[in-house]
Design a protein around this ligand. Structure first.
Ligand SMILES: [Zn+2]
Length: 204
């Protein structure tokens, strides 16, 4: 069983059974929640997964915690902060995201793609190298790429990948779901030196 805390702006928890492993994703807002609350969430998620009725006391305990003044305020603050923090300048120390987007736009999309907002991530995250945020119509690229040692190829590839998410939108079921359809994968193969680019990402 694997439990991950995710930086969801909304309180959002999921459970899935995959290849005999239970995958639980809990909002990071629940990090540090008392054990009885976490147990209640576990009960609720398991009941949901097995389509069993939800134990009343668990439901009450969970609702009370989530609905409590503190957590509501915290969720609101986090949402506000993320909203504000989300977009930074496209211009980094070494790379300019707008310029990279336009260059790839010309090379692969006949210059037809409308440029969304471009932003470097706030932190040098390795967990999320890039993502397209439809809510803000923005592509956010991890700041780890804004360094002289990073080959342009790696950054080009990550940008191209996110542009394909624009080109091939998917349904987002509340959580940040990355779905790479067959068309998406096929289109991605147009990228020259794809394997090399992926290798560089592994070594970053
Ligand atoms: Zn993707």
């Amino acid at each position: 069983m694997k439990i991950d805390f995710y930086a969801f702006a909304n309180v959002n928890n999921t459970i899935r059974l995959r290849e005999g492993k239970l995958l639980v994703r809990l909002s990071d807002l629940l990090e540090g929640a008392p054990e009885n609350v976490l147990r209640a969430i576990a009960h609720i998620l398991l009941a949901k997964m097995y389509r069993k009725p939800i134990d009343r006391s668990s439901a009450a305990r969970y609702r009370k915690y989530v609905g409590s003044h503190d957590i509501v305020r915290k969720a609101h603050l986090v949402r506000q902060m993320r909203g504000r923090k989300l977009l930074r300048s496209p211009r980094g120390h070494y790379y300019d995201l707008d310029a990279i987007f336009e260059e790839l736009n010309t090379r692969f999309f006949h210059g037809l793609m409308a440029r969304p907002r471009m932003s470097w991530s706030q932190t040098k995250t390795r967990r999320i190298l890039g993502h397209y945020d439809p809510a803000h119509n923005a592509i956010i690229i991890s700041r780890i790429f804004d360094a002289p040692k990073v080959p342009a190829l790696a950054l080009d590839y990550v940008m191209f990948h996110e542009m394909l998410h624009l080109r091939y939108p998917v349904d987002h079921h509340g959580i940040r779901r990355r779905v790479h359809t067959k068309d998406f994968r096929q289109a991605e193969k147009q990228f020259p030196h794809l394997t090399e680019a992926k290798e560089i990402l592994k070594r970053l």
